[in-house]
Design a protein around this ligand. Structure first.
Ligand code: ZN
Length: 411
């Protein structure tokens, strides 16, 4: 999806803003001798930026406006190294709210809905983003935040909430609790807006069937506003994204070159109207593709496919490159297995080994199943893992994101 004239002009003003602020990005552009972009080629010559670069700007080196214009900051989790801090102006917060409102509208949610928000509030962009969009839409926000499942379910019943916003892990946990407590008939949910982690088809089906709701995938990342920059419509043909606020490219992660529409690669995002912290060609490491053609819904907002993983979540095991999604796809071919699994990689006696724990859907011959799964992995990926089929509910459930891969080799 080539950059158009309007977007090019917008990138140009983002560059002028960065140069004037002489912030982290501004200095980088100045050093590269870039003062404007006039053509598609100019744009394609702009340097990429990485999360590492943004960390270097800690704490406020990304700020590209006067400090008195900043009304809020958000921060991405700093599990490794320093966090990234993104300053927002009042307009940035408003723009984000507009995008999020559009997401709800694409999901067919209206001001008559009651929206229970379970992602966390605070430094990160989750809960407050869902809240902002909800208020802009005029719907009733039920701002629960994560956890406290008893109270969560009580409010869901008493307030007759119609929309649940959650990570897929927490939506599954709630669905299982509702089933366990036999309270399904007191639940009035119609839709779920699910964000922030890759999830498989099996998990999706379980949540949607057990809760009896339509599910919508919302996309976004803290560095670029937060969740709300894209969502699927009811035709479920990928996620529409808002190309009046962001320009999105798909690149080959190895060569750094744009790939043709339809081909898989890494998502790179440039903000078009940001004031607090514009980002130029930010490498997200999320893997997707542009979906060519028009959506049956008639919207001209372009679409990307559901995120299939991250370019940096590749595991090297016994010299073989493996992506978690490959294992998930293999597990998905066994109807006797449920959606939850965990991969553990360790190094014993000079050799890598992979153990896969996966929950059964019902009662079956676990031993035979283990052997068929191991054989299937061997034939698709090239080595034999140790497979443990366990009972449904055996693996830990999370209120945030499930940890699917645990690499014990570097601990
Ligand atoms: Zn559509």
């Amino acid at each position: 999806m080539q950059i158009n004239e309007r977007q090019l002009a917008q990138v140009n003003s983002q560059i002028q803003r960065l140069l004037a602020a002489d912030n982290f990005y501004g200095r980088r552009l100045r050093e590269a001798g870039i003062s404007h972009v006039n053509t598609v080629e100019d744009f394609l010559n702009l340097p990429y930026s990485e999360k590492e670069d943004l960390r270097e700007a800690y704490p406020l080196g990304l700020m590209a406006c006067k400090e008195e214009e900043v009304v809020r900051i958000h921060s991405s989790s700093g599990t490794t190294g320093k966090p990234v801090i993104i300053p927002y102006t009042a307009k940035d917060v408003d723009d984000w709210g507009e995008m999020f409102k559009r997401c709800y509208e694409f999901a067919g949610i209206t001001n008559k809905d009651r929206i229970q928000i379970t992602p966390g509030y605070g430094l990160w962009t989750a809960g407050i983003g869902f809240q902002n969009g909800c208020e802009k839409l005029g719907a009733m926000a039920v701002p629960m935040g994560p956890g406290n499942t008893d109270k969560q379910l009580q409010m869901m019943m008493d307030l007759k909430t119609t929309v649940i916003c959650a990570t897929s892990s927490y939506a599954l946990l709630l669905a299982e609790e509702i089933e366990k407590r036999g309270i399904r008939e007191h639940i009035h949910l119609k839709k779920g807006v699910i964000g922030s982690e890759r999830w498989g088809e099996k998990m999706r089906k379980r949540i949607s069937t057990e809760l009896g709701i339509e599910l919508y995938d919302i996309y976004g990342l803290t560095e670029i506003y937060g969740p709300g920059i894209g969502i699927n419509c009811k035709y479920d043909t990928g996620m529409h994204y808002w190309d009046d606020f962001i320009y999105l490219e798909i690149i080959d992660p190895e060569t750094g070159k744009n790939v043709p529409d339809g081909e898989w690669g890494e998502i790179v995002i440039t903000t078009l109207v940001k004031e607090g912290a514009p980002l130029i060609r930010f490498r997200t490491h999320d893997l997707s593709r542009i979906i060519p053609g028009e959506c049956p819904c008639g919207s001209t907002y372009p679409r990307i496919d559901v995120i299939s993983g991250r370019s940096d979540d590749m595991m090297k095991i016994k010299g073989v490159n493996v992506f978690p999604k490959q294992i998930e796809e293999i597990l998905g071919t066994f109807p006797e297995l449920s959606s939850e699994y965990q991969i553990r990689i360790s190094h014993l006696d000079g050799k890598d080994s992979m153990r896969i724990y996966v929950e059964a859907a019902g009662s079956s011959d676990f031993k035979a199943l283990q052997q068929s799964v191991a054989a299937s992995v061997k034939s698709r990926i090239g080595f034999t893992p140790i497979v443990y089929v366990v009972e449904l509910g055996f693996l830990p459930r999370s209120e945030k994101k499930s940890k699917r891969v645990i690499d014990e080799r570097f601990q």
